[in-house]
Ligand binder design. Sequence first.
Ligand SMILES: Nc1ncnc2c1ncn2[C@@H]1O[C@H](COP(=O)(O)OP(=O)(O)OP(=O)(O)O)[C@@H](O)[C@H]1O
Ligand SMILES: Nc1ncnc2c1ncn2[C@@H]1O[C@H](COP(=O)(O)OP(=O)(O)OP(=O)(O)O)[C@@H](O)[C@H]1O
Ligand SMILES: [Mg+2]
Ligand SMILES: [Mg+2]
Lengths: 227, 227
Amino acid sequence: LIELDSIAKRYRTGPIEVLALRDLTLTIDRGELIAIIGPSGSGKTTLLDILGCLSNPTTGRYRLDGADVSALDEEALAAIRNRMIGFVFQTFQLLPRHTALQNVALPLLYAGVGRQERERRAAEALEGVGLADRMAHHPNQLSGGQQQRVAIARALVTGPSLILADEPTGNLDSTSGREIMQLLTSLHRRGTTVILVTHNQEIADQAPRVIALRDGRIVEDRTAATV
Amino acid sequence: LIELDSIAKRYRTGPIEVLALRDLTLTIDRGELIAIIGPSGSGKTTLLDILGCLSNPTTGRYRLDGADVSALDEEALAAIRNRMIGFVFQTFQLLPRHTALQNVALPLLYAGVGRQERERRAAEALEGVGLADRMAHHPNQLSGGQQQRVAIARALVTGPSLILADEPTGNLDSTSGREIMQLLTSLHRRGTTVILVTHNQEIADQAPRVIALRDGRIVEDRTAATV
Ligand SMILES: Nc1ncnc2c1ncn2[C@@H]1O[C@H](COP(=O)(O)OP(=O)(O)OP(=O)(O)O)[C@@H](O)[C@H]1O
Ligand SMILES: Nc1ncnc2c1ncn2[C@@H]1O[C@H](COP(=O)(O)OP(=O)(O)OP(=O)(O)O)[C@@H](O)[C@H]1O
Ligand SMILES: [Mg+2]
Ligand SMILES: [Mg+2]
């Protein structure tokens, strides 16, 4: 499903220049469940953004589902993101002037789904993360962990085939974190490819494959002997 | 140092009404190190905001250092916050158009410290959280954990007597999290009162006193037998 070939990512703005990823090569098959771990600043978010077609590598090649992503224009990329990818952002990125329900329904709006069906599916996604009683709240009327769960619900609502989650349990108590993992692992069992960035060893332990980054490189790529 | 007496907090905006804290009574002595734990949505941030004079209780009384906080106007509260409190926000709340150094220097600017001294102390605070090489970056040029560490440095830069930290390690790998805890516990040993909200049991275990919230109430207030 995913082939990264000698990927590098350099950020350059004025005097600031950072080589966030260096010569990274990686293959991921359809249906895998992978945890990406590594120190703060090691390039995890940068890698996930490239996988999610949100950011272009500086050099190297990214083939997603056989297609060379760098050859695609923004419109084609947006269609791919909407059609097949669900992304949970490390900083949530909810729309402040919209309710939880409206935020979760947004990907369905882009996909052309009618209003009644959108609201039904968004409500169902919010129930799935324990927020049935917070649907009418705006983000600033939600706790940190509730905002994170809205971001998770939004990433799942279109039933994407690839879920990219950047530290989805960072603001959650262990019980809520476990509920989220149950949600993700059940989607995985039904064939969804799930890639999680996490700082939580308990979460990483549940993934059959763990990729460790350090200073923009892959330093370890371990697959559990038996799953 | 801190006396909360029958504190309640109700949020009400249009149709939304939530009783976030209910009849909460609590005493905290100068120099304590306390962890506040509890499920997502249980009222931890709401409690911390009241302790930090950022939010007024709906009913009940808050005495800080002997003074009734509800009797003070916004100017007096701002002076207290600047002079004695360092606050690490769950969502960081960095100024996007300012560098890491400028963000960390801001409390010193409010305190009337001259520019050269501000920059020296801000640089020192950033070195203390491992960000010596990121001082000129803006928040959107930093990783999630780096933004969190800038927020921590900013909370410490004035040498406050009370530190309130809302999930300070949520976006940090275990090594960086441990470094932050070493920083906070060393300040505690030198007399600073430290109150941390955390979802991380390892962090909670390092506090002599742990307060557990559920549905806006204190359900447990445990002090370790020996420290
Ligand atoms: N401005 C607001 N208007 C309405 N309800 C609010 C508002 N802010 C918070 N709430 C609600 O108050 C409750 C407590 O929120 P709080 O942010 O204190 O929780 P928390 O314990 O910090 O949770 P987390 O661990 O997820 O950060 C939540 O149920 C939340 O939905
Ligand atoms: N726009 C940018 N301009 C310059 N440098 C950047 C930019 N975005 C990120 N960086 C740098 O690139 C490096 C990798 O960032 P990234 O966000 O991928 O780290 P991360 O592994 O997700 O860290 P964390 O665990 O703290 O979230 C960091 O050192 C960061 O300072
Ligand atoms: Mg990150
Ligand atoms: Mg909170």
